[in-house]
Design a protein around this ligand. Structure first.
Ligand code: PEP
Ligand code: MG
Length: 595
């Protein structure tokens, strides 16, 4: 049975329109208890057989996934499924399921649920965080077997036809597995535009929305057709013919504009009065350099190295990192490449790095804090790899989550010591690497003048700067309405950074998601930012806006915006300029009625 036609306002987290049938993904965080069902003695053998065939199918799927991930991504990512496979063979778990079927006469579903929850709860109560996290893996495997018992497609990115994924939540590691050719987009309950899942969705060019009603993943079935509008934040269930047609046209128009913008990739990103703004790409792997170059990026403005550390059971060695950084720098030739040092903590974890739990991880041992205070060994390994790889290109080292000048001074001392070690080992290294800081905390922005003489560049990480300035968790959809990069407080902080950078003659870039928002481009250009770094897919619209406005108009708009009281007013100023100079881009921007 399909659901009645309806339109739901949601949060746009990755632009684009997707139209298609639903693929539900069960969330392992919310495994639903099956209806109680007791079987007779006669049915026991059949029930055991049903369970065992669902289990065999699960093992086949997990094996296939492991191989697929190993060939598409890397061995580290494939390990997630190796661990799942071990759980699907765990004698304690399987033994208790069999006992519950044989002795208590529970149905396979009931036995699986009860034994699985018991096992997961026991792990969740462990003092060791690594073991506690395994509870989620148990629930993931249980839900996969459960889906196979129900003969439903399992929680797997292997889809027969292109579909739209609907789920309670998706982790970054689940999202990274998506095959662009098989998935049209996704709709989730939890998440926001700056969560790492959303960032990955944009890299994969998948339209996505968040904030869907919690009951929706259970209510929708594979027969329901939905539209997700990742521009304006809408989810339409079983649209009528006219609505579907209107969205098809919108999708087509967006596609045509995308093609037109792609043809402009060799044009200079300069304003109509001749001011050049550098466009750079945020990349997670050297494989995407060609795509970024094709989109018109002239630099790598942010290489997030934490993906080298996540979803694996060990840590990357100096040699392994050296090879990755060297490849990145070599393929980029002379173009500047900003490589950010490890930024785990917040919503990104690897239990090999740090195991104790924190009440507020986003305010805890994250980024440079963790590297300096808890895991200097890991930090030094990474810095050695960077210093060695630096001789192969135009390396810029960037420190995340900085809030005090002492942190920069400490890192400089560490670098100096590592350089001495490398010299003693007769290894080649860069003697004077360019060093910059991310401006992600209000403290760093307010003290920009004091940081500027110590570093070679600033890169403003607005994703976190907004989170910490507005005091809202960037991944929490319930406060997403307060997440306003155009808030005058944010513009003021950017303004301060640019002024400090100009005074000390250093480079200032923005690498947070705000840089990818073409509506805000006029304000950022007017504030005097030198570089905008974003996922390659966002470059086309931003370049079109830069080429459509004059610095004179942009500066006036920025000046007016700085004097505003709230983000309604600042946004109205940006939108007015956009509508006047590049109305075609205004049409494909996210609707912001909720501002
Ligand atoms: C930011 O905070 O703006 C940023 C680019 O870093 P991340 O999104 O990885 O925290
Ligand atoms: Mg950040």
């Amino acid at each position: 049975m399909t659901m009645p036609s309806q339109t739901i306002e949601v949060i746009a987290i990755s632009p684009g329109i997707a139209i298609g049938r639903v693929m539900r993904i069960r969330s392992h965080t919310r495994l639903q208890e099956p209806e109680p069902h007791v079987i007779s003695e006669k049915e026991v053998a059949g029930e055991l057989e049903r369970f065992n065939s669902a289990l065999s199918l699960t093992r086949v799927q997990l094996n296939a996934l492991q191989n697929q991930v190993r060939s598409r991504l890397n061995a580290g990512d494939a390990d997630i499924f190796a661990a799942h496979l071990m759980l699907a063979e765990d004698r304690t778990l399987l033994g208790s399921i069999e006992r519950l079927i044989k002795e208590k006469h529970l149905s396979a579903e009931n036995a699986l649920f009860r034994a699985g929850e018991h096992f997961a709860d026991a792990l969740a109560a462990m003092p060791d965080e690594y073991l506690r996290e395994r509870a989620a893996d148990v629930r993931d495997v249980v839900s996969r077997i459960m889906a196979n018992l129900a003969e439903e497609p399992a929680h797997s990115p292997d889809l027969d036809a292109k579909r739209i994924i609907v789920a309670q939540t998706l982790t970054p590691s689940e999202t990274v597995l998506f095959d662009r050719n098989k998935i049209l987009g996704f709709a989730v309950e939890t998440g926001s535009a700056t969560s790492h899942t959303a960032i990955l969705a944009r890299s994969l060019q998948l339209p996505a929305v968040a904030g869907i009603p919690p009951e929706l993943p259970e209510q929708l079935t594979g027969d329901d057709k939905i539209i997700i509008d990742g521009f304006s934040g809408k989810l339409i269930i079983n649209p009528d013919v006219r609505t579907e047609e209107a969205y098809r046209l919108k999708r087509e128009a967006a596609g045509e504009l995308r093609n037109a913008l792609a043809k402009e990739s060799t044009l200079e990103p300069e304003t109509t009065d001749g001011f050049l703004i550098q466009l750079a790409a945020n990349l997670d792997s050297p494989e995407h350099v060609a795509e970024a170059r094709q989109a018109g990026a002239r630099a790598v403005g942010l290489f997030r190295t934490e993906y080298l550390y996540l979803n694996r059971n060990d840590l990357p060695t100096e040699e392994e990192q050296f090879e990755v950084y060297k490849e990145m720098l070599t393929v980029c030739e002379d173009a500047p490449v900003i490589i950010r040092t490890l930024d785990v903590g917040g919503d990104k974890f690897n239990t090999n790095i740090y195991r104790s739990s924190e009440a507020n991880p986003f305010l805890g041992l994250r980024g440079i804090r963790l590297c300096i205070h808890e895991r200097r060994d890991i930090f030094e390994t990474q810095l050695r790899a960077l210093l060695r790889a630096g001789v192969f290109g135009n390396l810029r080292i960037m420190l995340p989550m900085v809030s005090s000048v002492d942190e920069v001074l400490t890192v400089k001392q560490i670098i100096a010591k590592l350089q001495q070690d490398l010299a003693a080992e007769h290894k080649e290294f860069v003697s004077n690497p360019s060093l910059g800081v991310m401006i992600e905390t209000p403290a760093a922005a307010l003290l920009a003048e004091r940081f500027a003489p110590l570093v070679d560049f600033f890169s403003i990480g607005t994703n976190d700067l907004v989170q910490y300035t507005m005091a809202i968790d960037r991944g929490n959809e319930r406060v997403a309405y307060l997440y306003r990069p155009s808030h005058p407080a944010i513009l003021e902080l950017i303004h301060r950074c640019v002024q400090a950078a100009d005074q000390h003659n250093i480079w200032v870039s923005i690498c947070g998601q705000m840089a990818a928002d073409a509506t805000l481009t006029p304000l950022l250009v007017g504030l005097g930012v030198h570089e905008l770094s974003m996922p390659p897919v966002a470059i086309g619209p931003v370049r079109r806006v830069i080429r459509s406005i004059s610095m004179y108009e942009a500066e006036n708009a920025a000046r007016e915006a700085l004097a505003c009281n709230n983000s309604f007013e600042t946004l109205a100023i940006a939108q007015e300029l956009l509508m006047r100079c590049a109305p075609e881009i205004a049409d494909i921007q996210e609707a912001r009625s909720q501002n």
